[in-house]
Design a protein around this ligand. Structure first.
Ligand code: URA
Length: 243
């Protein structure tokens, strides 16, 4: 997608009123809807607008009589290829930001990290509160991985991964995870924490070794099958609001 397209989406397209309010005022969509239905919001001075009103860029919104500015945050998904690091700056390797046009990069950061050899879904944003919701242990946002191992995974190991497993050098086991086989050597594993090299260490604790790791999903956001490695797209309103 071109830079012009991204800027267009963020600043020019009509936007649902509840989405606009949630992202401008740092509210959940539910809180925004409650304020709208409670009469706290006006559009062009008109009281009681509908939450699904498609707001044009030129329409003025007020919350409790105070003007609300249009959100200017950016939210993207990227299909990370292997060999690229999840950081904003690296002296040696290409970073996820290097895969984006220069005009999009200012203030953008990856929400959570993948190892250099891990592929798949990376979310990038300029919105610190939003990325905090994705990465904070308190929010327990699920991250789904496809995990390929050198050895077949036994029933016992599958159960141990699901129940929680003590990682080397740590004193509390991992939180319960969702896990299922794709085939004897490959699992689909959803974890809600983000410990250092967590998936690789979970399999290492079972005496196995991860040889392929690909992130498919974060919360409700699924890696778009149309994105080839290295490609990105802007998140939809629903994807942003779902976090
Ligand atoms: N767990 C890992 O071990 N590596 C990643 O990149 C992500 C989760």
């Amino acid at each position: 997608m071109s830079v012009i397209m991204v800027v267009f989406l963020v600043t020019v397209l009509p936007m649902r009123l509840d989405y606009f309010l949630a992202h401008s005022a740092g509210l959940t969509r539910k809180e925004a809807k409650r304020l709208i239905s409670g009469g706290a919001v006006t559009v062009e001075g008109e009281a009681k607008p509908k939450a699904n009103l498609q707001l044009r860029p030129d329409q003025a919104v007020a919350l409790h009589g105070e003007p609300v500015q249009r959100p200017r945050q950016r939210y993207l998904m990227l299909h990370k290829p292997a060999g690229v690091v999840c950081s904003t700056d690296d002296p040696e390797h290409r970073t996820v930001l290097d895969l984006l046009p220069a005009e999009l990069r200012p203030d953008l950061h990856p929400a959570g990290r993948l190892d250099r050899d891990t592929t798949g879904l990376v979310l990038l944003t300029s919105d610190g509160q939003w990325s905090h919701r994705l990465t904070s242990p308190n929010h327990q946002c699920g991250k789904r991985y496809r995990v390929t191992c050198t050895d077949p995974v036994s029933d016992e190991d599958l159960q141990a991964l699901a129940d929680g497993i003590l990682l080397r050098g740590e004193d509390s086991p991992t939180l319960p995870a969702q896990v299922e086989w794709v085939n004897a050597h490959t699992l689909r594993l959803t974890i809600t924490e983000g410990r250092y090299h967590q998936v690789k260490r979970m399999l290492a604790a079972c005496g196995n070794k991860v040889v392929g790791l690909h992130r498919e999903q974060i919360g409700d956001i699924v890696l778009d099958a149309d994105l080839a490695p290295g490609e990105y797209r802007v998140l939809t309103e629903d994807e942003i609001a779902g976090i």
